[in-house]
Design a protein around this ligand. Sequence first.
Ligand SMILES: [Zn+2]
Ligand SMILES: [Zn+2]
Length: 352
Amino acid sequence: MRAAVFHDAKDIRVTDVPAPTEVGPGQVLVRPYWCGICGTDLHEYAVGPIVIPTTPHPLTGAAAPQILGHEFSAEVLEVGAGVTNVVAGQRVSMMPIIACGECYFCRRALGHLCVRMACVGLSHDWGGIAELAVVPASQVYALPDEVSDIQGALVEPTAVAAYGVDAAGVRPGDTVLITGAGPIGALASIYAASLGARVFVSEVNPVRRELARSLDVGEVLDPTQVDLTEVLHDATEGIGVDAVVECSGNERALQSAFAAVRSAGRVTQTGLHTRPASIDPMVIANREITYNGTWCYPLHDWPRIIDLIARRGLPVEKVVTAEIDAVDLVEKGFETLLSPTGNEVKVLVNAR
Ligand SMILES: [Zn+2]
Ligand SMILES: [Zn+2]
């Protein structure tokens, strides 16, 4: 079968690999429809292996070469013994994080912080940019007819975005600033607006600003052209926004978050910074700002996100800027997404 296989940094091969031959108890064999390329995948391609294990993973035994892809929708082809949550022929969305179930965090329902965490498409025998994959049945969730195959591939990044907004304590009527309109920032702005918040988005990249505007969820600002703090204070009677979800991983965006948030407001770090950033702890203290972080998502959040897309019509598919075939994965996927002049935001891949 065809699959996208990570061998090393800058060495991803779309090639023929042996297809799975066995579907064990509690597993399902699926045929992925669409799979998103995410920041983690880009990082692995650019400077990896980082998350992808080079020696057998303690939980799954997987090691590079690794089939990529962890944000995907799929069709169930076959179910293993004891599987009751899905049947063959059903469309599903994959929750890719594999938690040990036994560590301190797993026993406290914090499986996304599992000390032995693995992930389908990063540290598991199979991945979503492939014709077939065998995955734990308990981690696939049936998609209702209202949710498209494309939307099914976006449940994962939507769960990341929603967790960030939820962790910032956003409530209906709140004013919220989302810094960065990459896939997570864009999805966070859609989710925050669906909660009834008044949304502002700041983004320096014109293509991403345009995408954010097309979502029609709030006011989109260019922080290189306007004084963000001033605009947001003007919009809130001089007080500042109730919450900020920092989705850019950029130091200046983080600093603007503290300047824009009101006293006793919340700043949540959802974007990943690749180097230390300087912040002023005095501001956090004397304005009683709460600064917290989020990592991935609560592992049980899939049914809620799927339901939101189905019943509230969250237009998550609008963040997709390209749908490509697996043969173009490196050139039209990884290289374009990493290029400073590239205009893609979210790229979905089809390996069928
Ligand atoms: Zn990801
Ligand atoms: Zn664990």
